[in-house]
Design a protein around this ligand. Structure first.
Ligand code: HPA
Ligand code: ZN
Length: 375
């Protein structure tokens, strides 16, 4: 637990999470349990000592050398997810943890291609995740949507085929881009693009994103995590992405002229960045949380949310990310209130749900700012 005076406020603050890979919430305990359940052999500890125990694996997760090193462990761990009940259990564990940190709405990524490659069908994954989503809403009061990600290290045509499979199954309903067009929430709320960023530039994905746009499906894309600021620009120009996941290089891109114009554009078009400070440190995109460009984002008025990315791997869930920032930047209640509200406004839930959460945030921030003597 962080030692800041605001810790109880940060815990109580109603939150929205937009950048969380459900497979990245697979804790080592559940990984070993599911591998045993299905008789799946993890790599031998003689080959990789990280697989000797839960503790050894956790320790290895503290020493990633970069995105691809992490992704190696991430894809191995997924091999333990086999039937719909595994996905339901995984997602319920996340929703339960998120609810305990006052997440009120979560937009959750999943990677179907990493499962279909092992013979686990899209429908199996969707069935398990949907069961968890419905239970989480009923039992925990968390609303959520699922965002289907395409792996950028695989051929673009396979991503298009996956999109067509999901569309053919009716998972996108009549589209997710409009405001509750047919009242009924589609099974999937959008598409995303993840996995190794370099050397897979946005230009490879124009067909997929064009098809999604045409079908009225919402679009986000990882960009500017390890890749250059230009990947963010191209994701907006070529893919018509409506949100950018990470987008760190929009601020720390090196070329001041490019980043200045990009930041202005993000503000003008209200494009939200879904940022993940603990992930950035673990994957060595940043040396420390102190290098996270929080002040610049606030000063420039960029819309962003703070997220956990792959919480089982990066040392914390959403609250630990909020706390890590607070320990360094010592924000006020009002500043956190504005971050939390920005996250609501950038969400893809219905307006009605946004107003509910905004009201909850105002109530909590109001109580705490009075309690702490802030204006
Ligand atoms: N970046 C890219 N792909 C991912 C990540 C990430 O941080 N986590 C899971 N897939
Ligand atoms: Zn991510």
């Amino acid at each position: 637990m962080c030692q800041t005076a605001l810790h109880p406020f940060l815990a109580a603050l109603p939150k929205c999470e937009h950048h969380m890979h459900i497979e990245g919430s697979l804790e080592p305990e559940l990984l070993f349990e599911l591998a045993a359940k299905h008789g799946i052999a993890l790599p031998s500890p003689a080959v990789d000592p990280a697989y000797a125990s839960v503790e050894a694996l956790r320790q290895r997760y503290e020493a990633f050398t970069g995105l691809d090193d992490f992704l190696g462990y991430y894809y191995v761990a997924m091999s333990a997810l086999v039937d719909a009940s595994d996905f339901e259990r995984l997602a319920m564990a996340y929703f339960t943890r998120a609810a305990s940190q006052n997440v009120r709405h979560a937009e959750v990524f999943f990677d179907p291609q990493a499962h279909s490659a092992r013979g686990v069908s899209l429908s199996t994954v969707v069935e398990g995740l949907t069961a968890a989503r419905e239970r989480a809403e009923r039992e925990l009061g968390i609303t959520s949507i699922l965002i289907m990600c395409v792996l950028r290290h695989l051929p673009p045509a396979e991503g298009v085929a996956l999109f067509e499979e999901a569309r053919g199954a009716g998972y996108f309903g009549s589209g997710s881009d409009g405001e509750e067009r047919d009242q009924k929430q589609p099974v999937l709320g959008g598409i995303g693009l993840d996995s190794s960023e370099k050397p897979f530039p946005p230009a490879l994905w124009t067909e997929l994103y064009g098809a999604a746009k045409e079908a009225g499906v919402r679009r986000t894309a990882h960009a500017g995590e390890e890749g250059p600021a230009q990947y963010i620009v191209d994701s907006l120009d070529m893919l018509d992405a409506q949100r950018i996941d990470h987008g760190l290089r929009s601020v720390l891109g090196g070329d001041e002229a490019v980043t200045d114009a990009l930041l202005r554009r993000l503000v003008d078009q209200k494009i939200m960045l879904t940022l993940c400070p603990l992930s950035n440190v673990r994957l060595r995109c940043l040396e420390s949380v102190a290098d996270f460009p929080l002040r610049k984002l606030l000063d420039r008025g960029v819309r962003f949310s703070i997220n956990s990315d792959d919480p089982a791997y990066f040392g914390g869930y959403i609250l630990e990310n909020y706390c890590a920032l607070q320990e360094v930047f010592n924000l006020s209640v009002r500043e956190w209130e504005s971050i939390a509200k920005g996250a609501v406004m950038g969400s893809w839930c219905a307006d009605r749900r946004k107003w509910e959460i905004l009201q909850e945030i105002e109530n909590v921030a109001g109580e705490w700012s009075v309690g702490l003597g802030e204006q």
